[in-house]
Design a protein around this ligand. Structure first.
Ligand SMILES: Cc1ncc(COP(=O)(O)O)c(C=O)c1O
Length: 369
């Protein structure tokens, strides 16, 4: 049996008719950029997260950039973040002219280690930028304490955490600002690129609305340097339809994750730890293994697709050579990057596919022990 890493077609197929009707409305109304469909999605997503405001933008990367800009991050500032993420987290800091300051991660979750953050705060630090890696929430409570005590902005990169919960609240509800990506493979994915920022602060909301639309305040009146970060109408239409199904899809993922956690317990691979008081959306199910690349190749031989998130931590990426970090600076992140292996997971995975993954992982782990 072949098991795909994820099954976007299987998720989207039942919604095909509804999506096409909504797209027809966007085309009929020529509402291709922002417009009523985007406005409806913004209202729906803010309400889903219990936030006052949602600003829809063109990608998760754009969301992070705007969030940091309105958080006051500027040239000469520092932002504390994790080296174990998709690189956009750090791009956004660089786009603001600020310096990313990395802190090592927790071994069990791969999330920013809250106990190591405070010692890196100095007069230049403007914001904390944790990532809810693989959909498992960061210790947002402890990070909020540091942010409050040291007068920093807390911006949550929740780009993988749609519908995750922490301390009984949706992820995205905490922090000054939280950012999401709607890249098609996300738990809530569009039909192209998309992103959003949520906040409760009316001033931050209105500044982000200006900035995403060429910093216009009124037509042809550009109040500062702006961007074209507007969400397109088709994304708004698709996301409003798909948001209705997010909790159900996440429940299906939780069922798959629960089986993996129970049935791979003795398999000889390191299983993911869940943050205390958290209910992850299981965007990714990441185990840690010895000889990861051989392990992956053997799984592929058995028909099981897998992924690697992420093979090289950001402090060691060539793009960031000028920051002066070296191998060994963040040993936990480096060890996790060398051993991480993402197993197939999706809301439409059959029991037989789950069985095939469990059997294959168990047998390859035995073989490579
Ligand atoms: C943690 C994280 N941050 C930021 C992004 C960037 O989002 P986008 O690809 O929509 O720009 C992603 C997307 O993969 C992500 O996973």
């Amino acid at each position: 049996m072949r098991v795909p890493f994820t099954d976007l077609a299987g998720v989207n197929a039942p919604l095909q008719g509804e999506l096409m009707e909504a797209f027809a409305d966007v085309v009929r109304d020529n509402a291709f950029v922002l417009g009523p469909a985007v406005g409806k999605f913004e209202a729906d997503f803010a309400s889903y997260l219990g936030r006052r405001y949602c600003v829809a933008v063109s990608s998760g990367t754009a969301a992070l950039h705007l969030a940091l800009l309105v958080a006051g991050v500027a040239a000469g500032d520092e932002v504390i973040t994790t080296p174990l993420s998709w690189i956009s987290t750090t791009w956004a800091i660089t786009y603001c002219g600020a310096r990313p300051v990395f802190v090592d991660v927790e071994p069990g979750t791969g999330n920013l280690n809250p106990n190591l953050v405070e010692e890196r705060v100095n007069d230049h630090t403007r914001a904390l930028l944790p990532v809810d890696l693989y959909g498992n929430p960061s210790r947002l409570d402890l990070l909020a304490e540091v942010a409050t005590a040291r007068n920093l902005r807390l911006v949550d990169d929740a780009c993988q955490a749609h519908g995750s919960r922490f301390q009984r609240r949706p992820v995205g509800a905490m922090g000054d600002l939280a950012c999401f990506s709607f890249y098609p493979g996300k738990n809530l994915g569009g039909v192209g690129e998309g992103g959003a920022i949520v906040t409760d602060d009316p001033d931050l909301d209105s500044r982000m609305r200006e900035l995403r639309d060429h910093a216009q305040s009124g037509r042809h009146n550009h109040v500062c340097i702006g961007f074209n970060y507007r969400m397109d109408g088709l994304q708004g239409a698709a996301l409003a339809i798909k948001l209705v199904h997010l909790d159900q899809w996440n429940q299906e993922r939780r069922r798959v994750a629960a089986r993996y956690l129970a049935e791979l317990d003795d398999a000889g691979v390191d299983l993911p730890e869940v943050t205390p008081d958290a209910d992850p959306n299981w965007h990714l199910f990441v185990v840690h293994v010895n000889e990861r690349d051989r392990f992956r190749a053997r799984l592929a031989d058995l028909g099981i697709e897998s992924g690697v998130h992420y093979p090289l931590p950001i402090h060691l990426q060539p793009a960031y050579g000028s920051l002066g970090y070296e191998e060994g600076d963040f040993p936990v992140a480096e060890r996790l990057a060398a051993s991480c292996l993402s197993l197939p997971i999706s809301p439409v995975m059959t029991e037989a596919q789950q069985d095939a993954v469990i059997d294959a992982v168990t047998s390859v782990a035995k073989e490579l022990r």
